[in-house]
Design a protein around this ligand. Structure first.
Ligand SMILES: [Zn+2]
Length: 450
């Protein structure tokens, strides 16, 4: 490609660009400055405050950290097993943990500390975790918020899946051992929403149920909800058809007072209610979050959970005022997810990838994402209280550490290969780690979508 810069402009650019990349020509290999660039960028990246688009902050014994629970059989990936020595490093870095392993007599030191924080109440404990990791704001994807989370720093993301399960769910519950755990929790969640909205039984007709769904969304938003999340990929396909209202109305009338819907009838009803929620989310300026990655448990369907199943909804012009966020960035279909963020109202975050993958692996993914739609990607941790040893605290640390080092490495390569300047690299880092999310949630809270 021809260089379009004139000589005079070149001189001007050289004086303002630290990398001096006028007539830049990218190459396939990094130059010898790679490691030096990495160190320089990492120092600057560490100083950028994080805006965490997705986490489950809380203590390990708090059932509200999620609307679902771990399935009965779960094969943990290598990095998230209890014996990962990085968790010891995390505990040392966060709390000055004095031991080199989590042997029970040592782990007690951490458990005592956590229990003391729990007893003392107040919100200082989790605020301090954010401060230590230079996290400015964190979205808390929880069933309900906890009094020990500071709502100035932790913004609530509530769940929408329970609206899918108003009928007799015995067939759903019996379909796999995992659904045997998940569905009763959805029923419980729906009961809590009904109680919140002072609804004794199910409304008499579909119109009443629609009002209940819309009003609960609006009320949760009023109570501080900044987005609504679907874990639907765990329960069903992410492909949602577009059924006529009459069909959903007939199914509601048939099963409202009892009887077990067929799988097909339930799916049609859910597809209809889903689209109603997408429509309402657009009106409320309430972003929708979707679990889009492989999930835990032996029965998670990779095919049904593939982010491409959402394409018909994401590209539907009727929903262009609804903001969609592809949480976990679609992994292992992260390229597909990234390409879907070409749609103006579609974003992604890289939560969970930053815990599951080591920095060297995550670096390659970030390098790709940064060169596609860097104004649509957001940082996320998916921090979760896995156990007493691996608390939300340690997983916050793991995600922040992985992301900052992988990002510095990805950008160092791009600078060293003369693809972008160092200034541009830092601009991309700020967008991803903080600014894209800050702008998105500020725009919806002020009622605009621009
Ligand atoms: Zn999550």
């Amino acid at each position: 490609m021809k260089c379009l810069l004139h000589v005079g402009v070149v001189a001007a650019v050289l004086t303002i660009s630290s990398a001096g990349l006028a007539c830049a020509q990218s190459g396939p290999y990094p130059a010898s400055d790679l490691h030096q660039l990495y160190q320089q960028l990492l120092g600057k990246i560490n100083a950028i405050p994080l805006y965490d688009n997705h986490a489950h902050p809380g203590f390990a014994d708090d059932p509200d950290v999620d609307a679902m629970a771990a399935p009965p059989e779960e094969s943990s990936v290598l990095r998230l097993r209890d014996d990962n020595p990085e968790f010891v490093t995390a505990a040392k870095s966060l709390f000055g943990y004095p031991y080199d392993d989590f042997r029970p007599e040592h782990a007690k030191w951490l458990a005592d500390r956590t229990n003391a924080a729990k007893k003392s109440g107040g919100s200082a404990y989790f605020d301090q975790i954010l401060d230590k990791l230079n996290v400015e704001t964190c979205l808390a994807n929880r069933a309900f918020m906890a009094p020990y989370l500071d709502t100035k720093r932790f913004h609530w993301v509530f769940f929408g899946d329970s609206f899918f399960y108003p009928f007799d769910n015995r067939d759903q519950t019996a379909s796999t051992p995992d659904m045997g755990v998940y569905i009763p929790l959805q029923e419980k969640m729906l009961m809590r929403y009904r109680k919140q909205m002072k609804l004794d039984g199910l409304p008499a007709d579909l119109g009443g149920y629609e009002t209940f769904v819309r009003n609960t969304m609006a009320e949760n938003q009023k109570h501080g909800g900044v987005a609504m999340k679907y874990e639907a990929a765990y329960f069903r396909s992410l492909y949602f058809s577009d059924p006529a209202r009459e069909k959903a109305e007939a199914i509601y009338a048939k099963y409202r007072s009892g009887g077990v819907p067929s799988a097909e009838e339930y799916r049609i009803f859910q597809d209809y209610i889903f689209r109603l929620m997408v429509d309402e989310a657009g009106k409320l300026k309430l972003p929708l979050h979707f679990h889009t990655a492989v999930g835990i448990g032996d029965y998670f369907s990779l095919r049904q959970g593939n982010v491409l199943n959402l394409e018909n909804v994401l590209r539907d012009p009727r929903y262009k005022s609804t903001i969609f966020v592809l949480v976990h960035g679609g992994w292992p279909y992260e390229k597909e997810a990234a390409l879907l963020t070409a749609v103006k109202n579609v974003y992604l975050d890289t939560s969970f990838q930053s815990e599951l993958l080591y920095p060297s692996q995550f670096k390659d993914i970030l390098k790709q994402l940064l060169t596609l739609f860097p104004d649509k990607m957001m940082y996320g941790s998916d921090a979760f209280p896995f156990s007493d040893a691996l608390g939300a605290e340690e997983s916050f640390w793991l995600a922040a550490h992985t992301t900052r080092t992988a990002l510095a490495a990805a950008l160092a390569e791009l600078v060293s290969e003369r693809a972008v300047t160092q200034d541009k690299a830092l601009e991309l880092a700020r967008l991803y780690l903080h600014d894209n999310a800050a702008k998105l949630y500020r725009s919806v809270s002020t009622g605009g979508t621009k």
